[in-house]
Ligand binder design. Structure first.
Ligand SMILES: Nc1ncnc2c1ncn2[C@@H]1O[C@H](COP(=O)(O)OP(=O)(O)OP(=O)(O)O)[C@@H](O)[C@H]1O
Length: 589
């Protein structure tokens, strides 16, 4: 057992994350006045001991101490309470309440997706926690199921958001000045992926992804490489699974808007989710169903989202790349920014990883620092994420290899000389036409909001355990009121975590369906002829009967008789021609 400070003893590790290891620990004696919770000797706590490299960085230690008051005052029924922060020699540790229960990632993996009602109520409580922290100016920035612990005490399951402030520490200059990416690709908001200024809206995006995952067992943008996932966040719209009720999809779709200002505030998200939960249940009244269908009106955007404080070297994308700025000879087609490094800057494909497709010339797409036999850093990063249960990723990223900063520019002038067209992903789908904006040049200097108003959290709402029936890898279709469009229940494939795919496949050509599934050669032509004959026949009959033509021709016959006569004439004529051809072709007697 290892002492942490003079007050705590580490007993056994509970789990390891990217930023440190969490231990079950015991309190030796009551903590001092600087702790938020003094605690009693013998009390059990959880202690996250941050990685040594974090603890040895003076910038991070400073930040840790500065954040201390923020973290310690962050209290809410759905936030894991930070009791104390310990700085001792080379050790930085957060002392937290010990939560008795699994994290949501593990729970999902073991029990399958939630019902729509249970998913709504659970996410509503997470939104409550976010509303409280946003009101206090604290943005989580790494919201994902692994950071939600399920407190199972008392037979109820209460989601508890944890790891507040860790992303802030990890994002400190000590780390990001070496061009690191902080976040988990499957949950990263588009603005974070692009290095644009972030606000509390990134947490709403994370909540939308989390809600989607609770309902389906997997996040909407997953699979393939981390780069691919980030591209999908930036360019793809999520698709509604057939099992997600319409009002709930309205909420998810609003949370996942690419434009942060269009996402709801945490408070309106929580309210909207509760209205949806009330309106999609088996016993919902007509009024509740009606209210759920109108949930869009409740999802008001946040008029003053909490900004993520600027971190020199982190929030400013221009500082995340070496040799940036004018002195580096950067490519600047729009005159907006100078973030692109000089090597191959005009050619986005030149920095993308080679996937080694047939006929691919790896050297032509490899950045100079990367050898063909090495995996791309993002690929290793994704692999590491899988190995580590989707933990926060902090990994060196060579800016030369970051295609997000080398996307084709909308107004880019044509390159001075023709290059052979190269596919950025040789084995992957062709990238969609992306309307990327270059990250803005100006630094984000909005000061952190002081906590103005005291957030009064709504009473913690614990949903009843029977509302969530763990579905072992099969979504239960939710019975719906007739008023709203019922999604078609569908047999779900096993809801396992996204399988690891070796390489993205080429997208299939959309199949063109023929109106005539059995192809008979010439059938189309024959049909046309028959239709034409029919049309002539009917038209002739009408003209014969309804116009004076019959008298003019002077036959006095009916249409059928006349047609029969014409037919006989034609047959006689053909026979005559045949006879004359036969007699002229036969030798003279
Ligand atoms: N307060 C706590 N009480 C009980 N268990 C905890 C507590 N905090 C974390 N854990 C457990 O410890 C494990 C590791 O937590 P940690 O936050 O380091 O992991 P992570 O969220 O996967 O990684 P990271 O946040 O660094 O990406 C988790 O699986 C979690 O279940």
């Amino acid at each position: 057992m290892r002492p942490v400070g003079s007050k705590y003893l580490l007993e056994e590790p509970l789990g390891r994350g990217a930023t440190g290891t969490v231990w079950r620990a015991r309190q030796r004696e009551a903590a001092g006045a600087e702790a938020a919770v003094a605690g009693q000797p013998g009390e059990t706590v959880a202690i996250k001991v941050l990685k040594e490299e974090l603890a040895q960085d003076p910038d991070i230690v400073m930040r840790f101490l500065r954040e201390r008051s923020v973290l310690l005052r962050l209290t809410h029924p759905n936030i894991v309470r930070t009791r104390d922060l310990v700085v001792e020699g080379d050790l930085l540790a957060l002392v937290m309440d010990l939560i008795d229960g699994p994290d949501l990632h593990r729970y999902l993996r073991e029990n399958g997706p939630f019902t729509p009602v249970a998913a709504s109520l659970l996410t509503a409580q997470i939104a409550d926690a976010l509303a409280a922290s946003h009101a206090d100016g604290v943005v989580h920035r790494d919201l994902k199921p692994a950071n939600v612990l399920l407190d199972e005490r008392g037979g109820q399951m209460k989601p508890m958001l944890t790891d507040f402030g860790i992303a802030r520490l990890a994002d400190s200059p000590g780390l990001t000045r070496t061009h690191e990416f902080v976040g988990t690709p499957a949950y990263v908001a588009p603005e974070s992926a692009e290095g644009r200024p972030q606000t509390s809206a990134v947490d709403i995006y994370g909540a939308g992804i989390l809600l989607y995952e609770l309902l389906t067992g997997r996040p909407p943008f997953a699979g393939g490489t981390a780069l691919e996932v980030l591209h999908r966040h930036l360019s793809e719209d999520p698709q509604r699974p057939s099992t997600v009720p319409e009002p709930l999809w309205t909420v998810i779709e609003r949370c996942l808007r690419k434009e942060p200002n269009e996402r709801p505030s945490a408070q309106s998200l929580a309210r909207g989710l509760r209205v949806v939960a009330a309106g999609i249940g088996v016993h919902s009244s007509a009024a509740e169903v009606e209210a759920a269908l109108g949930v869009g009106a409740l999802l008001a955007p946040d008029p003053s989202p909490a900004p993520v404080p600027e971190t020199p070297g982190a929030a400013d994308p221009t500082q995340m790349l070496p040799g940036t700025g004018a002195q580096a000879g950067a490519y600047d087609p729009n005159g907006m920014t100078s973030v692109l490094p000089p090597v191959g800057a005009a050619d986005a494909t030149s920095v993308l990883p080679s996937t080694g497709g047939p006929g691919a010339d790896p050297t032509s797409v490899m950045p100079p620092v990367q050898r063909p036999d090495q995996p791309h850093p993002w690929q290793s990063q994704m692999q590491a994420a899988r190995d580590r249960n989707e933990q926060t990723q902090i990994q060196y990223l060579d800016p030369n290899e970051d295609p997000l900063r080398r996307r084709p520019q909308r107004q880019a002038p044509p390159p001075p000389q023709h290059r052979p067209q190269q596919q950025p992903y040789r084995q992957g789908p062709p990238p969609q036409q992306q309307q990327y904006q270059q990250p803005p040049q100006q630094q984000y200097r909005q000061p952190q909001q002081p906590p103005q108003q005291q957030y009064a959290p709504p009473p913690p709402q614990h949903y009843q355990p029977q509302q969530h029936q763990p579905q072992p890898y099969q979504q239960q279709p939710q019975p719906q009121q007739p008023q709203y469009r019922q999604p078609q229940p569908q047999q779900q494939p096993p809801q396992a975590p996204p399988p690891q795919r070796p390489a993205p496949r080429e997208p299939r050509e959309p199949r063109r369906r023929s109106a005539n599934p059995v192809r008979i050669p010439g059938l189309g032509c024959l049909k046309g002829c028959l239709v034409l004959i029919l049309v002539f026949f009917v038209a002739g009959w009408l003209i014969w009967e309804l116009t004076p033509l019959q008298q003019w021709v002077g036959t006095g016959r009916g249409w059928w008789d006349q047609v029969w006569t014409w037919g006989s004439d034609v047959v006689d004529w053909v026979a005559t021609i045949g006879d004359s051809a036969g007699s002229s072709g036969s030798p003279n007697p």
